[in-house]
Ligand binder design. Sequence first.
Ligand code: PLP
Length: 357
Amino acid sequence: MAQQARQFGYLSGAAFTHGPVEELAQELAATLPGDLDKLYFLSSGSEAVEAALKLARQYWVERGRPEKHEIIALAPAYHGNTLLALSASAREQYRTPFREWLVDVHRLPAPYPYRCPCGGRDADCPACSGAVLEQAIARIGASRVAAFIAEPVGGSSTGGSTPRPEYFRRVREICDRYQVLFIADEILCGAGRTGTWWAIEPYGAVPDIMTLGKGISGGYAALSAVAAPERIIDVIADGSGSFLHAQTFSHHPVACAAGLAAVRYLKRHGLVERCAALVPRAARFAEAFTEAAQQAGLVVWPNVGHADGTNGDLVMIAPPFVVTEPEIDEIVRRLAEALEMTLQRGQLSASRTVIEA
Ligand SMILES: Cc1ncc(COP(=O)(O)O)c(C=O)c1O
């Protein structure tokens, strides 16, 4: 960043390109799924969401479909705090004072197994399967829907919850069938945090537009981005000629230099792969915890494979219906004791060995 600031600290993104922005776009494009290889850099995640939704809207206008302006989003969900991003966010406490200034966004129940009555186990559950999206498009009218926006892995609203494996393939099919743009908001869950470069990857679906932020600069500079494919950009390039979203500090050279350094560091040190390896099945945490729980006088039921078929440990507690409140307190105390014992025994050292190997 210092090196870049000494060379030049600012160039107008509307008039010029420069090395850091081109190189960063290339580095990120190499990691992005499918045909997402055009990037537009901004500062905050909220700005990226605003720009992504505006890009979707301008795309439809320039394709001669101005009636396509409705946005569909999930609840719970968070997409930012500027007015259009806040409109897409189901965060009532942030929205209430500004209600009159927000645009109406159609809201669908998120695929959120923890709170869904089906617990994420019912392949036919309308929310968890994505069927609600098709119903909403039918209700609003496909000719009026511009975009569906969702976080591939729930962020601050759903605490890292993951939809069923087939969810985003279904979303992709529905969006294709009804000509609705699918925007994946990877501002929180992306840039390697899930052990893949992008959280959508394991779902085998490619969004039309993606928003990136937070981790792409490692936190050293305010940097976010919108990624889109040529087939979307070309409609605008061949139409009016420019995306109507200029901002003074878009494509900022020093911020892009920070992003370039961060992304290259992640690649050079294999940190995304490291994320994937950090809690492997090899640690046998569920088994170790079950043994410790028994020593603490608590019977739990271990189960594994819930993250990807192999990794992902859980244990269940199944008290009888006649359990008393003091007994529940005792169960919680023993659970905490068992967790403490498991951690003290260094059960996770096996995962360290795997990583070093
Ligand atoms: C999924 C998601 N989208 C958008 C945003 C907004 O990003 P920012 O806070 O950088 O404006 C956030 C912030 O937490 C987020 O989690």
